[in-house]
Design a protein. Sequence first.
Length: 572
Amino acid sequence: MSEDFETESDITKALGSEGLFVVPSGVEKILSYNNTNELVKEIISSVDSGETIDEDTVSSLYEQIDKETDDNSEETASEKEEPSTVNTSSPQKQSAEGDIISPEQAYNKIINIKKDKKDARSVINRKDTLDERYPEIYDTVFNREIPDIKPRLDCPTEYEITGDITGRSRSKGDFEDFKSLFGDRHDKMINLLSQRTGSLYKVRDIHKKRHAGETITVAGLVWSKFVSKNDNYFVDLEDPRSNELMRIGWVVDENDRQIKEMFEEIIEDEVIAVRGTLADDGGIIWGDDEVRRGRPPIMFPDVPRKRGKNTPNTPVQAALISDVHVGGEDFYPTYWNQFVDWVRTNPKVKYIFIAGDLVEGIGVYPDQDEELDILDIHDQYAMTGLMFEQFPDDVQIFASVGNHDTVRLAEPQPTLDDKFTKYFPDNVEFVGNPANINVNGVDVLMYHGMSINSIAEVVPGLDAEEPIPIMELMLKKRHLAPIYGKNVRLAPEEEDYLVIEDTPDVLHSGHVHKYGQGEYNGVKIVNTATWLGQTSFQKSKGIVPDVGYWSVLDLSTRDITEKVVEKEEGDE
Ligand code: D5M
Ligand code: FE
Ligand code: ZN
């Protein structure tokens, strides 16, 4: 909306559309006053004090100011032409004014104050009526005996969000931006790869700098891979900055398992390095001689082995969960209560990480509405917000987003809009997907996990039901979604935020609704399953979820422990 205040209709429209006053004669006056500041400040103060502005109030304000202006100036009629005269005509008034703000700033301020107040009212109204509208879940969660909160362990809450797309998205959705995205992926990954392989060539530099017969290491984006009729393996590597391609080939015999296995792990659009000999005509690099010399056929950037870092002396804990799916009829409030009670009664727990899919959402898959307890997306978040109020308010919560939340599906996903975060208590910090968060010196990388299914689809031997080996592969490839297409949509950002630039201490995902934990080169890996029972969509896909699981991360030792709720016969 333009707020230029240039014409009468600008103002009437702007104010009117926000449910504010519209007094035609007053609008004329705003335009003609050069001491609009005075007028709008009066209006602001009346809004600030909680009064609603009706036409009478505004009229009387106008009258009052009209009168003051008349007292101070004899040439009201000509003010419009010479706006500076009255502004400086009353030093007394000027000093009482404090900062001079423009009508536009004043207008924005009014709008914001009004909006905040309206929002606050609607949040309260919405939360206050959840009990009538959703009695079943409400009663189970809120009308029960809840254990007292035990005071938390004495250790300062220190955290920093070290990586998050939220507020930094520059995607315009152009095709050009995809070129920039893959160019950035290429450059970042080459940098990571060269730390492991030593000097390497980009595809565009090969012919400029090397001659036939030389053995070189080259890195590029996997354009395609294929097996020839004679069972030889080929990969075409691309340099997205120059659009040049280089073909790599391996002539292999039946028994060469290593090359076969590594070849299967290659995913299109990831960046890899290979070593081989540039053929006589320069058209291909042959890698098999190198393999016979005992070198690995393909090099991934990998994560270095983690060395010990500073960790807190006190055994502070973080609870890790994901996929709460509030609003879905298969959500288990009784299980959730067990988790809440565990947090309330465990003084060591000072952080909660949630790796996305806070709510079940609306219209996420066909006929989903038939399986919703809460059909309104605002109510889903309002209920979740109210549920989160049961956590101790000195427990710091980090909430990320997933494909069921109200954000763009394309990754990286910025976090929820204020429209939804307003339902949550102040101890919830909303982050995008993925997000890097450092708590008391420990780096946690949260990623919802949409690429897990896609990777399982293209790499033989991997299964989305067992997420840990897939998450290991992400670390090995230093990329959270080294695949384009399938379930993963990428936003054409200028930068690739899904490259794992810094090795985390913990990689935390969800999405596949299967619990798992493991470790890779010293990085703890965990997938924290879900709080939603099997939906008919999942049934049709043969997905049997793990419900009611969470992980406990001890920040002083970085050990991860699995927790699961007590279940009753007939559950799930
Ligand atoms: O994911 C819940 C489960 O459903 C998880 O195993 C992934 C799987 N899933 C999600 N979306 C799809 C599509 N489009 N195809 C196949 N499998 C899928 P959630 O994100 O909670 O719905
Ligand atoms: Fe989910
Ligand atoms: Zn999901």
